[in-house]
Design a protein around this ligand. Structure first.
Ligand SMILES: Cc1cc2nc3c(=O)[nH]c(=O)nc-3n(C[C@H](O)[C@H](O)[C@H](O)COP(=O)(O)OP(=O)(O)OC[C@H]3O[C@@H](n4cnc5c(N)ncnc54)[C@H](O)[C@@H]3O)c2cc1C
Length: 397
């Protein structure tokens, strides 16, 4: 009997398992997930899941019946600690060795720890439950890092009646998205009473506050580090699976014979942009999980998969503002408001690299307009993938 082991029971791992069954794979699927939970959704964790009325059951990606229909050997609460690509084995904590014919790596990312900061960061359901109980009205919350996670958390904390200080070493919030978006998000936070301190360096932080490089000490009731994440690949050390800022994959998501990777952990060659990329967005995890599963089945039949040509999509909700991103946002790209107006708080910003449209950002923009520009981004990406002439994104990244 053929066995496929999937390590990581998040969105990408689940999508891979489902695609295997949809493709009539009738061997054993072993799904190893370090967390105690059935596969759940992460985007609400920094948004609605921090509200008192929230019920964690809403995070579930599938009902029990759908999971049972997968007929998978699901191992929640088990962590893969090693792999051997030559022997085709995965070792889980406790020492059990799982042999496989095919392996899907879908272990996501882990937050970058901030020296001195206590366990307060936000990646999983347990973190969100802990934070929900600590974000009490009147509490002073210091958030270190003003990317998507930091700004979303600031908005959620304000909504819960907290006083929020948002620290970032960069000059502006979400700088990568381009100035008009950055300005809009900054004014949004300022209007809601968030104290934004840009261009500051935190030298030390602990549960009682944060120290800045200029000597300032910011006392706090809650300190949360949101300074980015790294691919969860430590367990692959010495495995023979290539790792370099993620599991290094070919265009079809294959990483080694009988091994594919998907989701936040995968760094693959995306023909749409002619470069290696790792995408930490929810939609990509599902699409790539399914794609990697198809590649794996082709591998097991002695063939190759096809390239995963992907135009990343991401979104964010902060206060009443909806941000949608299609394609790439590139720091240093030429940006132009192509629909709506920044002054009205509803607009679309295009990112171009050497006259080629690589991405758009909709800020409270009408769906109809976003779709129109989304199609142009997709058309440009399809052309690049088909012609093999991608926009020179790597030149400015
Ligand atoms: C708070 C938060 C908010 C977000 N908001 C948005 C948003 O608004 N929009 C958006 O597009 N994206 C958002 N994202 C990103 C999105 O959730 C991720 O891109 C997506 O969850 C990636 O799915 P994945 O399956 O690749 O990884 P994950 O969901 O991280 O799943 C990986 C799983 O593998 C497990 N694992 C790791 N190592 C091992 C091991 N050695 N053995 C066994 N299991 C292991 C992990 O515990 C985890 O359960 C957000 C993420 C977070 C954390």
């Amino acid at each position: 009997m053929t066995r496929i082991v999937i390590v990581g029971a998040g969105a990408a791992g689940l999508a891979a398992a489902e695609e295997l069954r949809r493709s009539r794979f009738d061997g054993t699927i072993t799904l190893v997930g370090e967390e105690q939970y059935v596969p759940y959704d992460r985007p609400p964790l920094s948004k609605q899941a921090l509200e008192d009325s929230w019920d964690n059951a809403r995070l579930r990606l599938r009902a029990d019946a759908d999971l049972a229909a997968l007929d998978a050997d699901f191992r929640p609460g088990r962590r893969a600690v090693a792999a051997d690509a030559a022997q085709r084995t995965v070792t889980v904590d406790g020492g059990e060795e799982l042999s496989y014919d095919g392996l899907v790596i879908a272990t996501g990312v882990v937050p970058v720890p901030l020296p001195g900061v206590d366990s307060s960061t936000l990646r999983g359901l347990d973190d969100a439950s802990r934070l929900r109980s600590r974000l009490q009205p009147g509490a002073h919350v210091v958030i270190i890092g003003a990317g998507f996670l930091g700004t979303e958390l600031a908005a959620a904390a304000v909504k819960r009646g907290c006083r929020v200080t948002l620290l970032d070493r960069g000059g502006s919030l979400l700088a990568r998205l381009g100035e008009p978006v950055s300005r809009h998000v900054a004014s949004l936070h300022a209007a809601q009473g968030v104290e934004v301190r840009s261009g500051v360096r935190v030298t030390h932080a602990d549960a009682s506050g944060a120290a800045l490089a200029d000597g300032t000490w910011l006392p706090a009731d809650v300190v949360i580090g949101c300074v980015g994440s790294v691919a969860a690949t430590a367990w692959l050390e010495g495995s023979g699976v290539p790792v370099d800022n993620g599991v290094l994959c070919a265009a079809d998501c294959s990483a080694a014979p009988g091994v594919v990777a998907a989701g936040d952990v995968a760094r693959w060659f995306n023909p749409a942009y002619g470069s290696l990329m790792r995408v930490e967005h929810r939609t990509n995890a599902t699409q790539q999980g399914a794609h990697a599963a198809r590649t794996l089945l082709a591998n097991l039949d002695g063939g190759h998969g096809i390239a995963f040509v992907s135009v990343p999509y991401a979104w964010s909700h902060q206060f009443d503002t909806r941000i949608q991103i299609h394609g790439l946002t590139v720091q240093g790209a030429d940006t132009e408001v192509v629909a709506g107006a920044e002054a009205d708080g509803s607009f679309i910003l295009a990112h171009r690299v050497q006259d080629r449209l690589v991405g758009i950002i909709g800020v409270n923009a009408p769906m109809r307009e976003v779709r129109r520009w989304q199609q142009l981004v997709h058309a440009e990406a399809a052309l690049a993938a088909a012609s093999g002439v991608a926009p020179p994104v790597s030149l400015v990244r």
